[in-house]
Design a binder for this molecule. Sequence first.
Ligand code: HEM
Length: 346
Amino acid sequence: MEKYLQKPTDRVLCSYQHGVYDVTDFLPDHPGGKELIEQYKGKDITVIFKDENSHPHSQNAKRILAQYKTGQVAGDNKESMREGEERPYPLRVGKILYFDDFTIDLGKGYFYQIWKLSYKQYLEVIDNPVTIPFYVPLFDSKFLDMFSRNKWYTILAIWVPIAIYHFYLGLTYNYDVNSIVDDYVKLSSSSFSMFVVFSILAFAVLSWSLAEYSLHRFLFHMEKWMPDQALYRYLAFIIHGVHHALPMDGERLVFPPSLGAMMYYVLTTVIYTFLPGNAGRIFVTGFIAGYLYYDMMHYYLHHCNPSIEYFKNLKSNHNKHHYVSDAKGFGITNKIWDYLFDTKFN
Ligand code: HEM
């Protein structure tokens, strides 16, 4: 068996239990980083795959592994699954994903195929993440599909100038609003105070972190409470479901600018009602900064391997949210609100 696994080959083969797995296509999508698997090229991963100290892999991880099975170790004729093995679910054959009672054709617009699903089937799609080594269109039209993809840096390119502009307005413009706070944030005012400006910014970032938790828990995971209607499933899928179905698709991860623009409109309308004038603009700056930190952190946790313990911990928390239970671990940049609202992982 060892000889077979270690034959010079470009493919990365390993054994688990008594099966042989070709995990080459999975390497770039491994949430723990491809290097960890490469170390096990040609080796058995049965022990390390369950190792409590390294990382005890989830049921979903076992299902994903099962997708890559290519054979049995020589001399082992046991047909049935062994303890600790899972069947590949959904099973992918070419571009077709086979679920128990429905299929998804990954060569066609994924979005339209959500319409025909029942609520239960929709949950199966988002609760059984898959890693796909080819491009999956969301829409059949290439033009429409273009709008479903975003590189992480486009978010910075769009929102950093908007945040700077608000900061500039907040510090300099005279909104002529009868607010005591405004006197302390206007550069032209004799009462200008850096302390007040930074306090508003800090308060806005903290407010964002609560918004991050609430949006993720109640809007992005609206499937937990939404009425059983196809229209809502469409909405839930486009907002966040697609990210759970294909968690390692790096172009469908950050918040789409079009949705961001709608949120911006709603939130600024609310914020300026309660906090008009300069202080409101400074608050919006901090709120956008908090949002940018969130979106960049989200991308980082999926596609990079942090070396600092704090970020490792956040990554692990987020992986659990995807692969263990999406009813917990809603915080991306921190776990404070998960602790306070009792949605933390133990
Ligand atoms: C070759 C088959 C493998 C598959 C299919 C696989 C799959 C996964 C999946 C789906 C996760 C996300 C969390 C979870 O579901 O548990 C994960 C995380 C992880 N894997 Fe693997 N894995 C494999 C091999 C390995 C090996 C050989 C190692 C160690 C040497 C390893 C170390 C890790 C670590 C440390 C994480 C945690 C990342 C984090 O949450 O911070 N994996 N793996």
